[in-house]
Design a protein around this ligand. Structure first.
Ligand code: F6P
Length: 485
């Protein structure tokens, strides 16, 4: 992508997305030159058409530190960069977002750190995002704030601009009251979210957790999905399960280059009869260690043979300076080395491990090449990899082994569901998926494909935005709750 053209310093957008990352990342090359590269994720493809139609603006961090970049236009959308200093990167992004909230919201899979200076930085950076949104929104605009990094923005923004319609969407799980209550700043976070008119979650259980916490910790009246604020405003909390660009993935998977590449991948793996595949950000919530152990035990037990089964594990580098992530990388490196050392043969490693990120085309080729996709997080808001695999299996073949603790398991009921804490159970289910008859696989895959085709990311975005707009129309007619709950 070339250098963008600069626009005036503020825009007056009717629809604004406020997200931690811009849809493009600023990359500094070795020679010091800079370029913008599409940052991964389906959010922008879902929102791009509606953003273009509505004079949309996207407010986010450009992915590096220190540099102030003027707003610019990219692909018909105004992008408004919010700068982070090195210290804010360490305290707001790596610290409070990814070493406090991330583990706390994911069932305490790792121990969260509660550091007061990180919280201060979280407040400062949230205020900066709110200021940027306030400065760039037209009168009465709709602002859609995204994810756990920006939970204070709705309230901060409402204080600056009460004319705005504000939505918030949490992409990760929202924990039960028993866990959330550990957070020293629990009340401030709840009040931050209550600045929105509509708070969206992946699953209805998360929305219920939120409403219950608001009742318990803030003391507002609630009834079902609605919170009644003392000033007469109402806030709704509902589930909107996120999805992928299903058609785009299928089209890619059907393309000739991807078909050729998929065949090449299998050849390069030595034409095994079964390819197992895992693709994850290298994150301790994803259950990579347990899944590789399960696979290695199937080989050690003689259930599988390295001559005809291989596990391809792609682990995308992520948050590499955070301690827990650094340790995880070492643990996985050691485990893969040990498994291949103990069980591999010349030219036949049990696990083909790639610590790297790949473009969408290569991902589609991997999905096409894999017989059994193994997605086993201990906790995951949704898990889009599971949906991408399904979108790419247009021959209605292949098996999906899926953790019951991934949000996707709520919709993809025909997957081979597993409890990632139960290694023996996982081994048995992986074998069941591996041995399944083609007829059984196609019955399951057909049903899952129907789900991801009907519920794609465009459907997700329009359902959320329609609900936000509808609630605005209903707002004036709102009365007090029929009774307190
Ligand atoms: O889904 C959670 C999330 O933090 C997203 O907000 C983000 O796009 C993705 O994971 C990758 O994380 P990061 O932005 O920390 O690299």
């Amino acid at each position: 992508m070339s250098e963008p053209s600069s626009t005036s310093t503020t825009v007056a957008a009717d629809l604004l997305v406020v997200a931690n990352r811009l849809p493009v990342d600023r990359v500094v090359n070795d020679d010091g030159s800079t370029e913008w590269r599409a940052s991964p994720g389906g959010l922008v493809s879902a929102l791009a058409p509606v953003m273009r139609k509505n004079e949309g603006a996207w407010i986010g961090w450009p992915g590096d530190t220190g540099t102030e970049v003027e707003p610019f236009e990219n692909d018909g959308i105004a992008l408004v960069p919010v700068a982070l200093s090195d210290q804010e990167y360490a305290e707001f992004y790596e610290g409070f977002s990814n070493d406090t909230l991330w583990p706390l919201y994911h069932d305490l899979v790792a121990k969260p750190s509660f550091r007061r200076e990180w919280w201060d930085s979280y407040v400062t950076v949230n205020q900066r995002f709110a200021d940027a949104a306030a400065a760039n929104a037209a009168e009465g605009a709709t602002v859609w704030v995204q994810d756990y990094q920006l939970q204070l923005v709705p309230q901060m923004l409402r204080e600056l601009r009460p004319d705005l319609r504000i939505g918030f969407y949490l992409h990760i799980p929202f924990p039960p009251a028993e866990l959330f209550s550990q957070l020293p700043w629990r009340r401030q976070v709840l009040e931050g979210l209550l600045g929105a008119d509509l708070v969206g979650f992946q699953l209805s259980g998360a929305a219920q957790n939120f409403v219950r916490l608001v009742r318990q910790r803030v003391g507002h009246k609630t009834h079902r999905d609605t919170v009644y604020l003392p000033d007469g405003r109402v806030v709704r909390a509902r589930a909107f399960p996120i999805s992928i660009d299903t058609e785009g993935f299928e089209e890619l998977a059907r393309s000739e280059p991807v078909e050729t590449r998929a065949a090449e991948i299998r050849r390069e793996l030595g034409n095994p009869s079964t390819v197992f595949l895992g693709i994850d950000r290298l994150d301790y919530t994803k259950g990579i260690y347990a899944r590789l152990r399960a696979f290695s035990e199937l080989i050690a037990d003689g259930e599988l043979d390295v001559e005809d089964a291989v596990f391809v594990q792609v682990a995308t580098p992520s948050r590499e300076r955070v301690d827990q992530y650094r340790r995880l990388r070492d643990d996985i490196d050691r485990l893969v080395g040990r498994i291949n050392g103990d069980l591999g043969r010349i030219g036949r490693p049990a696990i083909s491990y790639l610590h790297s990120s790949f473009p969408r085309e290569e991902m589609a080729a991997l999905y096409r090449a894999a017989d059994v996709m193994v997605v086993t997080p201990f906790r995951d808001g949704m898990n889009l990899v599971a949906k991408e695999y399904v979108a790419c299996r247009f021959h209605e073949d292949g098996a999906l082994v899926l953790s019951e603790f991934a949000g996707a398991a709520d919709e993809l009921r025909q997957a081979y569901l597993v409890n990632p804490y139960d290694i023996n159970g996982m081994k048995a289910t992986m074998m069941q998926a591996h041995r399944a008859e083609p007829k059984e696989l196609s019955k399951r895959m057909r049903a899952m494909r129907k789900t991801v085709t009907e519920n794609d990311v465009a459907h997700w975005a329009s359902t959320f935005l329609d609900s936000l707009a509808l609630d605005r129309d209903a707002h004036d007619k709102q009365t007090r709750p029929p009774h307190e709950s």
